[in-house]
Design a protein around this ligand. Structure first.
Ligand SMILES: Nc1ncnc2c1ncn2[C@@H]1O[C@H](COP(=O)(O)OP(=O)(O)OP(=O)(O)O)[C@@H](O)[C@H]1O
Ligand SMILES: [Mg+2]
Length: 207
């Protein structure tokens, strides 16, 4: 496979958090080399503190690794400015945060619609896509509720609807959704096997 057709490529990725009082720091990622083909559903599995969030933050360009390379959708994230990364995330990534990250003063509908507003979509398109995404996660009925009026699972579903736009309502728009190709995660052999050094590892690669 042509290397540029991987959706994610990391090479010897390290993230060492410096300690405030000096010392060696916490090596949350220790040399992750990983290639991911398009069209996979992947779960990262690992004990608490093993580095899952750290890895996802580096892949989402929310954090910069200490060393190594990260390429996502063919873009070398480390060569981009913060402003370029902000635009790139807005157009290409959907994120569901561990703590949901919904805006508390906005309704479920407004939380999803905000992303489309930031992308400059027209009002009618925003309305239609927001309703579609909320419908897909079974949250239409609760669309006027604010996050504090929703259960944890319902908040998570709103976060999924927000992260999934535009690919939930327009599945063909993202490159890696077009191929439908399946592959067991980690079959490239580049990712550390389960248990090695307590690093996070992909649990499933679903078609
Ligand atoms: N900002 C930070 N400064 C210092 N150390 C950090 C920081 N963020 C995370 N760590 C440390 O890095 C390691 C990996 O943390 P990370 O949050 O990536 O783990 P995780 O696998 O997502 O855990 P969990 O399953 O509990 O969410 C942990 O030892 C954590 O204490
Ligand atoms: Mg985490």
């Amino acid at each position: 496979m042509n290397p540029s057709s991987y959706v994610i490529e990391t090479e010897n990725l390290w993230r060492v958090y410096p300690l405030r009082h000096g010392g060696e720091g916490v090596a949350a990622l220790r040399g992750i080399s990983w290639k991911v083909k398009p069209g996979l559903f992947i779960a990262l599995r690992g004990r608490s503190g093993s580095g899952k969030t750290t890895l996802l933050n580096c892949l989402a360009s929310l954090d910069r690794p200490t060393s190594g390379t990260v390429s996502v959708l063919g873009k070398n994230l480390l060569s981009m400015t913060d402003e370029e990364l902000t635009c790139w995330r807005r157009e290409n990534l959907g994120l569901v945060f561990q703590s949901f990250g919904l805006l508390p003063t906005l309704s479920a509908y407004e939380n999803v619609e905000l992303i489309l507003r930031l992308r400059g979509e027209a009002a009618a398109t925003r309305h239609q896509r927001t309703l579609e995404c909320l419908e897909l996660v079974g949250m239409s009925r609760w669309r006027h509720h604010r996050p504090y009026e929703l259960s944890g699972g319902q908040q998570q579903r709103v976060a999924v609807a927000r992260a999934g736009e535009p690919s939930l309502s327009h599945p063909g728009r993202r490159t890696h959704r077009r191929t439908g190709q399946s592959q067991r995660a980690g079959t490239s052999g580049a990712f550390p096997p389960p248990g090695r050094g307590g690093q996070p590892h992909p649990a499933h690669g679903l078609p």
